[in-house]
Design a protein around this ligand. Sequence first.
Ligand SMILES: [Zn+2]
Length: 292
Amino acid sequence: MRASLFSLIFFLTFSIYGQDVTISIDTLSENTYMLTGRGGNIGIYVGDNRVFMIDDQFAPLSNKIKAAIATLTNKPISYLVNTHMHGDHTGGNVNFNSETTTLIAHDNVRKKLKKNGLKNVEANKMSPSDYKKSLPEITYSEGMTFYDGDETIMALHVHNAHTDGDTMIYFLNENVLHMGDTYFSGRYPYIDLNNGGSIQGYIAAHHKALLLIDENTKIIPGHGRPSNKRELETYTAMLKDIQAIVQNEIDQGKTLDQVKNNSSLLSKYDATHGNGYINPEKMRETLYRSLR
Ligand SMILES: [Zn+2]
């Protein structure tokens, strides 16, 4: 499939939980696309004979996501990688898993999906057969490399960033990097401390990403619009700055409540980054907890 480098957007509108959701498609390079609906951004690579997919949002959206992919190609989805365990990135696993589609993820993604899935089976919220289909079938501890014709696709684990099971996927020739939720472009990041995330790991993931990419790389963030190296550099600098600011408060003996309630602490970034899921207060609290 040949497509221009410029953004080509399809809209498919449908209903989920009584609300309309639109699946839009951004064309990032000759063979890669970003799909946006509800939940984490989906990455699609159309190879010589097969499709490589990254994340699958929520189960009720699966048919419309498939319809959106069908506007790009009729090749089968051979591989579906989960960037991490959260439901807005793995909710469609059951619907996409098939004889032709293999689910792949980091070891800890399978562990967490297993644990949560078993709870759902016990509570009769999930059938045993769906539970089996929801789990990654191939896992890795550090990473995995895929080859498709001339393209090299690298799945790289980054440690304790957004969670303890994050993967970034880099398409070498296409020069496209999917960062999963190790990047929330244009907004404060959600760092899931209860599932092994940390601010230090989050920043380290950015350093790893910055080593891989160049000025022409297109970045798919877990949430937010497509981004690039310059924006990621600015964002990483912000993270380091807010880390230092909160660390300084901790060093001065400030309590969690003092930091949480100090609305001037990160005010230079709040207006531009504090309007997403993570508001300024949550950001201050997360940093404090992570650094303590
Ligand atoms: Zn997430």
